[in-house]
Design a protein around this ligand. Sequence first.
Ligand code: PGA
Length: 250
Amino acid sequence: MRQKLVAGNWKMNGSRASIKELLDGIKKGIGDVVNSEVAVCAPAIYIGEVESQLSGTPVAWGAQNLSTEASGAFTGEIAASMINDFNCKYVLVGHSERRTLYGEGDAVVAKKYAVARAAGLKPVLCIGETLDERESGVTEQVCARQIQAVIELEGVDALADGVIAYEPVWAIGTGKTASPEQAQEVHAFIRRILADQDAGVAEKVQILYGGSMNAANAAELLAQPDIDGGLIGGASLKAEDFLTICRAAG
Ligand code: PGA
């Protein structure tokens, strides 16, 4: 059985005060979450605070992005080693907002995956189709292409060291969640294409669903056989909602 993972993606939200309040709330309720892993991916500038508040708790933490470079003249960028320095476990790579708003293509995302992995971080590879792509019937091709970019650079084994998050772009921040059946279909497809290359990796890799997962719809999504957790945006900013999702994961 794959362990479930519920990861919050705070995106560019919060302040020192609101983050303290949010983490206090999560810490208070996290005792009820027994079987699943829980993590929060914070804005980089707050990761040090998150580390001090979460050290010694069962909640892991991570970053939302990283540089492809190790160090040097890359103003504004954050290296994998820096993320490691703050004991992050996870780092998101290729979130659809990075792909669409900041022009990150498959090759850059694959490089980020490789750099994160080499640093001992667990990359969360975010993939998913736009509404146009879904309506043109190319959801599977898009997801396969986004995963294949990592496999070509690093080999299929590399996926066993990370996590995949299937996030249909049309469901992110829109309140339009994929139905459990729609999500399960794509998750099963992803596992199938991995199994074609390596059955062990396919069995092991956690595939999270992301896109308007919330306290009301989480249980049904998380009950699907190939949905191994959630990547939660908006609902991860409220302790009670986030905890409800974590409890639904078990
Ligand atoms: P959402 O975001 O839950 O607000 O839709 C999910 C994500 O972008 O990771």
